[in-house]
Design a protein around this ligand. Structure first.
Ligand code: NAD
Length: 494
């Protein structure tokens, strides 16, 4: 049964992927997936419930011993085959998630390239996965560490960069020897299934990678509650992250939480103005601001405030909405998100915020059925206001004037989050002072608030996470157990 669907025969049905093949939901219920560009239904995805989730977990559990018994090098070879298939199917993959998310195709291409790089990095990790050798106080004792997998990993992702989010978790989990149940985002289900299909073609055994669609409350919640799940890696909102941490704590499941951000972008009076305007523009508005690492608070020294703001507003007003090759911003992922952002912007303006540009969505013309929002800049807001402290996950940034670097850093650190940050200055002393004192897992200088690479650790302070770092080799700490092996050797042999 499909909820609200008119033309059932032409619709694409997205089933779960369990034990190497498609699996219809037990209740035969599907949910509609809308195209954010025009509001049309593009597919229906399984509305999975507890039974579907436990089938997927059992499939992963059954495949675990076999996958674990492969050497990391062998696992890496199979993962590299998957990477090659991602390259061979480049256009098909980008098409799928560009349609699902409303991303302009050039953005989707960049995202898939990043996912491929990440896959290459972790496939090669099969040939490294280094342990440590250690000295001992005991004569003739040899001591070292090895890594072992943890079992079934539940990987839960959002839709903002769906291909990157999937790769970011699946590759490190699998190279370590875990098996996986991936909970797709309800806003980007198709790409998760296509990825799982490719994993089978790559020769990854059935059951090693399973995919479950559905809502957070039914599919996601049942997945995290399943006792057989030993590791939960979640990327999403802070509010859901806290729920997951609570559930996992009851059975001491390991949890990695990559959560929200309210990231500061500081522009000092000695900054290269044109460079800082370009990076502010990208940091605030690329991917329609739907980045955990988006710059949503722009903090500018008072000496250059008027000039900087004028330049930024001019550039912002030139940005084009749409999905064509020359567009800069696609739509938001859902109508709900569009409505939430409109409400908070209106509320801010009604309380005295000065709307510098944007503030609304297209009301007529070809984009009016989509979930678009004009890139928006607002100043004259208090640092304690709702908009200064709430992650909007859209193309909206607030701007603040400050008198000194200390005031800028104090303002930067004034939210409960601490994910990424950036400063623009030509002064190395200012840059280092900022890097040392900003409360954030990422501190960038003269670039954007985003830009992590596959071999770099990413994660946040405070409400932005629970202290884990993914990806890079730091992700191995999430997906493996460390075992210390010590051997007392007869002295004549060493
Ligand atoms: P969300 O928390 O609503 O949902 C994320 C995923 O969790 C979805 O798959 C959803 O179905 C699932 N989910 C929801 N409730 C659940 C529950 N009770 N149990 C288990 N799973 C559940 O987030 P969203 O709105 O889809 O994504 C936006 C958020 O993601 C923003 O806060 C953004 O900052 C964050 N994000 C963080 C990073 C990072 O690396 N730190 C990267 C991208 C996005």
């Amino acid at each position: 049964m499909v909820v609200g669907l008119q033309n059932k025969s032409e619709m694409k049905y997205l089933n779960n992927w369990i034990n190497g093949c498609e699996s219809e939901p037990g209740n035969n219920l599907y949910l509609n997936k809308f195209n954010p560009h025009n509001g049309e239904i593009i597919s229906c995805f399984a509305d999975s419930q507890e039974l579907d989730v436990s089938m997927a977990v059992d499939s992963a559990q059954n495949a675990y011993e076999g996958w674990k018994s492969f050497s990391p090098v062998k696992r890496g070879e199979l993962l590299l085959q998957l990477v090659k298939l991602m390259q061979l199917n480049f256009d098909n993959l980008t098409h799928i998630f560009a349609i699902e998310t409303g991303k302009p195709i050039k953005d989707a291409n960049g995202e898939l390239l990043g996912a491929i790089k990440l896959g290459e990095f972790f496939s090669s990790e099969g040939m490294r996965m280094f342990g440590r050798t250690m000295t001992s106080a005991i004569p003739n004792k040899q001591s070292f560490t090895i890594r072992e997998p943890r079992g079934v990993a539940a990987l839960i992702v959002p839709a903002n960069t769906p291909m990157a989010n999937i790769a970011w978790k699946v590759f490190p989990a699998l190279i370590c020897g875990n098996t996986v149940v991936l909970k797709s985002s309800e806003d980007a289900p198709n790409i998760a299934i296509e990825f799982a299909r490719l994993s089978k073609t790559a020769g990854i055994p059935d059951g090693v990678l399973n995919v479950i669609h559905g809502t957070g409350l039914s599919a996601g919640q049942k997945l995290i509650e399943n006792e057989k799940v030993k590791t939960i890696s979640f990327t999403g909102s802070t509010i859901v992250g806290k729920v997951i941490a609570n559930v996992a704590a009851q059975r001491l499941a390991r949890v990695s939480l990559e959560l929200g951000g309210k990231n500061p972008f500081i522009v000092c009076d000695d900054a290269d103005l044109s460079n800082s305007v370009n990076w502010a523009l990208l940091s605030a508005f690329s991917n329609a601001g739907q980045r955990c690492a988006a710059a949503s608070r722009i903090i500018v020294f008072e000496e250059i405030y008027e000039k900087f703001v004028q330049l930024l507003v001019d550039q912002t007003q030139k940005l084009k909405l749409g999905v064509c090759t020359n567009s800069n911003l696609g739509p938001l992922i859902s109508k709900k998100q569009q409505g939430m952002i409109k409400d908070i912007v209106d509320n801010t303006v009604s309380q005295g915020g000065r709307l510098l540009c944007g503030g609304d969505f297209p009301k007529e013309g070809p984009l009016s059925n989509g979930y678009y929002f004009y890139p928006t800049l607002i100043d004259n807001v208090s640092i304690d206001s709702k908009i200064s402290n709430t992650e909007l996950f859209g193309p909206v940034a607030t701007i603040y004037s400050v008198k000194s670097l200390d005031e800028a850093i104090q303002l930067a650190n004034n939210t409960s989050y601490g994910l990424t940050s950036c400063i623009h200055t030509k002064d190395i002393n200012r840059a280092m002072y900022f890097a040392k004192n900003v409360k954030a897992g990422v501190a960038n200088v003269n670039t954007g608030t985003f830009g992590s690479e596959p071999h770099m650790p990413f994660g946040g302070f405070g409400d932005s996470g629970n202290g884990t770092r993914e990806p890079g080799t730091d992700a191995l700490e999430v997906y493996s157990e460390l075992k210390n092996v010590s051997i007392l050797v007869e002295s004549e042999f060493i």
